[in-house]
Design a protein around this ligand. Sequence first.
Ligand code: ATP
Ligand code: MG
Length: 192
Amino acid sequence: MKYYILFGPPGAGKGTHAVAIAEKYNFKHLSTGELLRNEIAAGTELGIKAKKLIEAGSLVPDEVVEGMIESAFESIKGVNGFLLDGFPRTLAQAEALDKMLARKGEAISAVISIMIPDEIVKVRIAHRATVEGRADDASDEVINNRIRTYHSQTEPLIDFYKKAGKYHEVAGHPGTVEENQARVLRMVDGIV
Ligand code: ATP
Ligand code: MG
């Protein structure tokens, strides 16, 4: 089994491009953000706890997302690989993921990093707020907190995966969605 990580700041286009990559290579796309939004929609206990954190632009606890990912690995069959979108987001999550995979005799194959600057993050999320109506896209304060959280907690993963020799970066802007997707897919073709 192959395990790929789609990395990047909020609004980089991870979700959009993940769908195309997953379809092309028969990977299971696993978005922790989407899994959490499903829990909120279903009104589960986990969802109720996660909602407050997500809507403040903070991360949910590491154990919560680690558990969701591990149970997906156990239950999903019949794919060539997994494409992780929005996980890991902290060093502790990255280390937990390595351990989880090592127990199965597996490892991360590569990290595909889609990079956009903070100014573009703000423009993209402001636009998405008008289309998708996500509560965590709606206020500047929350968006700024997510950008801060990305820099302080998630960005250190770049060095972690560079040291592991697994880090590959592609620009997530400028251009149309189609142009960006073509660039991302060209890059992924060279890795997978
Ligand atoms: P993108 O637009 O690139 O898909 P995003 O950052 O806008 O990314 P999601 O990945 O859907 O959105 O995440 C939404 C929220 O869910 C995060 O801000 C965070 O609160 C929570 N979340 C998602 N993944 C994790 C994770 N791995 N660890 C902790 N919290 C997470
Ligand atoms: Mg997403």
